[in-house]
Design a protein around this ligand. Structure first.
Ligand code: MLT
Length: 386
């Protein structure tokens, strides 16, 4: 039995690696927990002793502004100690392998590693190496589970819930880990999702996805309660997929003219960073119906909920908020035997022998549509990965 399978069967759920590990009830519970942390965040002293004595560390191999700051703010508001790790100034640049780096961090008494990596599957791999918790803060094109949770929370806040809501996700779906996590989270919570993109920006095989597909944004806008825009993730594209950005904006950008097609209560969302003037017009981003800033604000409370859920006393919120010291590790929400109900084509990480940073290779090719179980990366070699 692999360690991952073992965890799935013995109930020791320590990590948040994929949104598919959460049931609708799990998501609901985390959103309810988030309500408490939103309340904490509004206090004059927005800090509680819930994770005093715990240490959270970041391992970000990819650029990030909001996700990293948001996790840092969340950990600090829970009174956890934080250990910041910057790849650009670390021994990674001297050829240290991912595994040695992770084990070094863990040896310093870290309880939770928050990891972002350009290769899909890396957080799952790290979870095999450590005894503490791992949170996926974005892996390649694959998943971004805390973004999905904060998006659910923001939709619930503005639209009263997700059940029966109609949501359009627009843009570069193929390269988007946010889209993959959001599709799962939104549909698990009862929303209807339409993906709107030119064919070149859709995954090659969406046959099993629980979504509708459209190439006509103008037709979809009047029907939806939320429109979720994605950035053109050019750093993940191996080839030119569009004739020009100008043409993309003309057909798929949320312009001022187009936004008028939405009904009065419909909201506009974006995970950031926004490219104003491309997928969203500058003035549309600042309209009252744009909830982008709320997404960022809610991200802190959602991540407080996730860290508390993984590292806190197991749900005794009253006690932890009142100063009771968390007394056990490993209480997480996560049954790990679920998977996306559909083939999700993602590039797979392959970690080579003696992998230093330069040896962690990503194929750059989308998958072949073979059903892929995202919580068990299929071609991560665990051999000789030091
Ligand atoms: C991500 O990490 O995927 C971002 O939140 C979205 C983006 O990079 O466009």
């Amino acid at each position: 039995m692999t360690e991952a399978t073992d965890r799935a069967t013995n109930g020791d759920h320590r990590h948040l690696l994929s949104i598919t590990d959460l049931t609708g009830d799990d998501i609901d519970r985390l959103l309810t927990l988030t309500d408490s942390f939103v309340e904490v965040s509004r206090r004059r002293m927005p800090k509680v002793p819930a994770l005093q004595g715990r240490t959270v560390s970041w391992l970000f191999y990819e650029d990030s502004t909001r996700t990293r700051l948001s996790f840092e703010q969340a950990a600090k508001r829970l009174s956890a100690d934080t250990l910041s790790f910057s790849v650009s100034t670390s021994s990674v640049n001297k050829g240290e392998s991912l595994r040695d780096t992770v084990e070094t961090i863990e040896a310093m008494g870290v309880d939770c590693i928050v990891v972002r990596h350009r290769s899909s599957g890396v957080p799952h791999q790290i979870a095999q190496w450590v005894s503490g918790s791992v949170v996926n803060a974005g892996d390649g094109w694959h998943e971004h589970p805390t973004q999905a949770l904060l998006d659910c929370y923001t939709i619930r806040e503005h639209l009263g819930g997700l059940d029966g809501r109609r949501i359009a996700i627009v843009g570069d779906i193929n390269h988007s880990r946010v889209a993959r996590s959001d599709v799962w989270a939104f549909t698990t919570m009862g929303a209807e999702v339409t993906l709107v993109a030119p064919p070149t920006l859709l995954p090659p095989d969406t046959a099993g996805w629980p979504v509708r597909i459209s190439h006509d944004l103008d037709a979809v806008l009047p029907e939806v309660d939320a429109v979720y825009l994605l950035r053109m993730q050019r750093e993940r594209m191996a080839e030119a997929l569009l004739p020009s950005l100008r043409e993309y904006t003309a057909l798929f950008g949320l312009t001022r003219r187009r936004v008028e097609r939405l009904h009065d209560k419909a909201i506009v969302m974006h995970p950031g960073p926004m490219n104003r003037g491309v997928e969203i017009a500058a003035d549309v981003a600042d309209l009252p119906r744009s909830v982008v800033v709320d997404q960022v604000r809610n991200g802190v409370a959602v991540r407080m909920a996730v860290l508390f859920d993984l590292l806190g006393s197991g749900g005794d919120l009253g006690r932890d908020l009142d100063g009771g010291r968390a007394d056990r590790r490993g209480r997480g929400p996560i049954p790990t035997d679920r998977h996306l109900p559909n083939p999700v084509a993602v590039p797979q990480v392959s970690i080579c022998r003696e992998s230093g940073p330069e040896r962690i290779a990503e194929s750059g090719e989308p998958g072949d549509g073979t059903p892929h179980r995202p919580d068990v990366p299929t071609d991560v070699s665990t051999e000789g990965t030091r």
